[in-house]
Design a protein around this ligand. Structure first.
Ligand SMILES: [Zn+2]
Length: 478
């Protein structure tokens, strides 16, 4: 009888022993974390603090860390059902002197209000991004997953699940049932599966929840957020302003000269017809924009291959569309600083949202440019120049069309929505640098084509740049 009982108990224990032998019960670990951190039944959470934010892919020199901004105040409100987020912050200039993009130079304070809600472009990746930004969102996203698993890694337990954007999200749980680190990827036009890597430290009790007083988040290997949290609130009344309907500007084209077309409806692109090929100046933000421009180029100038793509600089909003031209078979013409950088980034995987190049892999071909390169067939000519003393990006090219006296430039002068009629109180060093380069090269500029076209698509003249820099006329060559 006694023997039998022993046998029975060991049989009864068998399932539990099997779970332990496998490692851990993921649901149980998650439950412990949720109970410890608190806020499991909250409908929303808001955390506020101050620190630094950094503009991804907007560095002043190739391979440098992302440029820094001061987040004087940083308030993030998150709703869990449905997933939605609002970031309200006040930024000031962090790099001194200005270096890189991301809205530099900020004069005074800049207020930002960014809403991601159902129906906005980034909504699908939002649970992933939030899981990598605050622990309570990790718990919520993990509890909604169908494939949560747990494994022991040294003293920590790693919880892993697949998020709605198909990314694997991993969270490292310490012996206090706190989440110390999360990694998760979102699709990005340049970085591919772009991994957020966040560490949560200095957990404290705020308004009945455990929350890290320090959040350090990296993306692409460098910090994007370094925040000291000073308040956390649960169940705040959530107000998300209605998301503006995604309005894609209509693609249109304008003839600038013989065999030269400006293509609008996004970042500007200029198509130039040579004897046996077409050269496109600037790819723009992403695969979608590139593919639309490529179709328009083929309609405007049929029968010739797109042989070259001129890339002004390596900032991600200008590099996101370059890969489509590699897939198209074009040679990428860019400053010598950039090809190795692109090759390094493009070695990443692009599984979350495979672009054209990921679907049809092809090794890139580059034509590196130093200070000057002339592309000509004897009849049609593009002169490329590297901007000197240009702190926005150290490998930045402008394109000069000598016959039409048109200068195509990116981020040297981004004109305001309405024409400038008076010189701003603070003059942008980038505007000054562009003008100095025009003077140095003695370019008789009749029209500027900013890659960031003003919304009214007006003809931007040198006079407007002179106004922006407080000058009446160009100076003699420097
Ligand atoms: Zn830029």
């Amino acid at each position: 009888m006694r023997r039998q009982l022993t046998l029975m108990s060991s049989l009864l224990l068998a399932p539990a022993a099997a779970v332990l032998a496998n490692g851990l019960d993921a649901g149980q670990v998650l439950n412990q974390v949720g109970t410890t951190l608190g806020g499991q039944s909250a409908t929303s959470i808001e955390f506020a603090g101050a620190g630094s934010s950094y503009a991804l892919g907007q560095q002043g020199t190739v391979n440098a860390a992302w440029p820094r901004f001061n987040d004087q105040s940083h308030v993030r409100t998150v709703s869990f059902d449905p997933w939605a987020s609002r970031l309200q912050r006040v930024r000031t200039q962090g790099e001194n002197p200005p270096s890189g993009g991301g809205g530099q130079p900020i004069i005074g304070e800049q207020k930002q209000d960014q809403v991601t809600a159902p129906g906005t472009p980034n909504a699908a990746a939002l649970p992933t991004e939030l899981a990598a930004t605050l622990p309570q969102a990790f718990v919520r996203a993990a509890s909604q997953a169908k494939d949560l698993s747990a494994t022991q890694e040294g003293k920590r337990v790693v919880l892993e699940f697949t998020a709605p954007n198909n990314a694997k999200v991993r969270g490292w749980v310490n012996d206090k049932h706190q989440i110390e680190r999360v990694t998760a990827a979102v699709a990005h036009p340049v970085l591919g599966d772009a991994v957020y890597d966040t560490t949560f430290t200095d957990y404290r009790s705020f308004d009945g929840v455990q929350f890290p007083a320090h959040i350090l988040q990296k993306q692409g290997g460098f910090p994007v957020l370094d925040l000291t949290v000073n308040s956390v609130k649960l169940n705040v009344p959530v107000e998300f302003p209605a998301a503006a309907p995604a309005s894609t500007p209509k693609l249109a084209s304008e003839k600038l000269g013989e065999g030269i077309y400006l293509i609008t409806g996004g970042y500007a692109a200029v198509a130039v017809e040579f004897k046996d090929h077409i050269t496109v100046i600037e790819a723009g933000q992403n695969d979608e924009r590139s593919n639309a421009v490529i179709s328009e180029v083929k309609r405007l100038l049929p029968g010739k291959p797109i042989g070259e793509l001129v890339n002004t600089h390596a900032h991600f909003d200008h590099a996101g569309g370059v890969r489509a031209y590699v897939a198209e078979g074009a040679t990428i013409v860019t400053h010598r600083n950039n090809p190795q950088y692109y090759e390094k980034l493009w070695a990443n995987s692009y599984t979350l949202s495979p672009d054209r190049l990921a679907q049809q892999p092809k090794p890139p071909r580059f034509q590196p440019v130093d200070d000057k390169l002339v592309l000509t067939d004897g009849k049609q000519t593009i002169e490329l120049y590297r901007l000197r003393n240009f702190a926005h990006h150290d490998g930045n090219l402008v394109a000069w069309l000598p016959r039409e006296k048109i200068l195509v430039e990116a981020d040297g002068f981004n004109p305001p929505p309405a024409p400038l009629t008076q010189t701003p109180e603070k003059i942008s060093p980038f505007h000054v640098s562009l003008l100095q380069n025009i003077e140095r090269l003695q370019l008789d500029v009749q029209r500027i084509i900013p890659i960031h076209l003003p919304a009214d698509n007006r003809k931007v003249t040198l006079a407007e740049l002179l106004t922006a820099t407080g000058k009446n006329q160009v100076s003699a060559a420097r």
